[in-house]
Design a protein around this ligand. Structure first.
Ligand SMILES: Cc1cc2nc3c(=O)[nH]c(=O)nc-3n(C[C@H](O)[C@H](O)[C@H](O)COP(=O)(O)OP(=O)(O)OC[C@H]3O[C@@H](n4cnc5c(N)ncnc54)[C@H](O)[C@@H]3O)c2cc1C
Length: 340
């Protein structure tokens, strides 16, 4: 049912107040196809919403919010190397990961416990503990919400990069034009555990588990995440608020000469990735608040709404920290969540 003047406060994990002129929960691909024929909605701005866990609402939205709630998960085939598993875009990501593990199909365990929906996972190429979802995606199906036409994208078509994909690189996808309806994953039959990530390795060590299976890795990941990340239910947040900045080799050498303890991750293209959380902490913002928003006391990269925050409060804090990190380190911090 098309709802008018819909309150989005409970539909974003930062709990920012905003209203949508129109709101529609979409439970099937056919509903999206039919939408394209609805003349009363022609030309309206659109926004495709999943769980709202990677979103900053900057104000009221004068168009149509399409909340994708398409269910379904199934094994669609297998070959010598992979099981192919498809899921509806509205499936909860963590539930889907747990389901694949229960079925005996490993491969997504390092991404356990990430909030949000299956359909949003490819949009920013979610990643954690040494794995990006791009490494497990075979392809996806989307619908053009203006024409109702299907789009089939292979993994290569998605042009995955660090926290990015074709959906973020080409703005029109995010203008509510493209709604992902189903994602197909290729889960490896010759599975090797990815446990090199320091905090995960330490958790497995503490559990005295030198040869964990995929479910045990998911449990360890979940334990680490619960310990270090504030729960949006009690501390509204959108996870990492800034992307880890990547700089050229010359700039990286300058930064590490100034402070050799600065974490640096050399990339295949010669550039070097630094930890945004470390820069924010060193700039003195960890645990610091401006009014009702602030950076979490245990996790400098997570911006928390401590109650009653509006978009302008968030903007004031993010601009202040961006300017300070730029002045102290000469590095630009780019927000990770999508701004609407
Ligand atoms: C506590 C916490 C921890 C987090 N940890 C991580 C982490 O470890 N790694 C990580 O990568 N991210 C992390 N995130 C960010 C977030 O969970 C992911 O980006 C997630 O994939 C967002 O899913 P969503 O359904 O909530 O998307 P939304 O916030 O609803 O939408 C995000 C973007 O995707 C688009 N979108 C959503 N659904 C669709 C669809 N079906 N079709 C087309 N476009 C769509 C939206 O238009 C929007 O542009 C974290 C967030 C929180 C709150």
């Amino acid at each position: 049912m098309l709802l008018k003047d819909f309150d989005l406060t409970t539909r974003n994990t930062l709990a920012l107040p905003a209203r949508a002129a129109l709101y529609l929960e979409v439970g099937s691909r056919e509903r999206l196809e039919a939408l394209a024929c609805d003349l009363s909605l022609k030309g309206l701005r659109r926004f495709v919403l999943g769980g709202g866990s990677n979103l900053v609402l900057t104000g009221d939205f004068d168009g149509l919010v399409l909340h994708i709630a398409i269910p379904g998960r199934r094994c669609t085939g297998e070959d010598a190397d992979h099981w192919y598993v498809s899921a509806g875009a509205g499936e909860n990501w963590n539930d889907f990961v747990r389901w694949t593990l229960d079925k005996g199909w490993p491969g997504l365990e390092n991404l356990a416990q990430i909030p949000g929906s299956v359909g949003a996972a490819p949009v920013q190429n979610i990643g954690a503990y040494g794995l990006e979802v791009a490494d497990r995606i075979a392809g996806l199906t989307a619908i053009d919400t203006h024409t109702g036409n299907p789009l089939r994208l292979s993994r290569a078509d998605c042009r995955f990069a660090y926290r990015s994909s074709v959906f973020k690189q080409e703005g029109w996808h995010l203008d509510g034009r493209t709604a992902i309806v189903e994602v197909t994953f290729a889960l490896p039959k010759r599975w090797t555990p990815l446990t090199a990530y320091a905090e995960l390795a330490a958790e497995l060590d503490a559990r005295k588990n030198a040869a964990p299976n995929a479910r045990e890795i998911a449990e360890a990941v979940a334990a680490v995440r619960r310990r270090k990340l504030p729960d949006p239910a009690t501390h509204p947040n959108a996870g990492s608020f800034f992307q880890n900045p990547t700089v050229d080799a010359e700039k990286a050498a300058e930064l590490t000469a100034r402070d050799p303890t600065m974490p640096s991750y050399p990339q295949a293209d010669g550039r070097v990735k630094h930890a945004a959380g470390w820069l924010i902490e060193r700039a003195g913002w960890k645990g610091k608040r401006l009014g009702c928003v602030g950076f979490h006391e245990k996790q400098a990269l997570v911006l928390v709404n401590y109650g009653g925050a509006r978009a302008s409060d968030l903007a004031a804090l993010t601009h202040a920290v961006q300017a300070d990190v730029k002045e102290k380190f000469g590095v630009d911090l780019i927000p990770e969540p999508v701004l609407l």
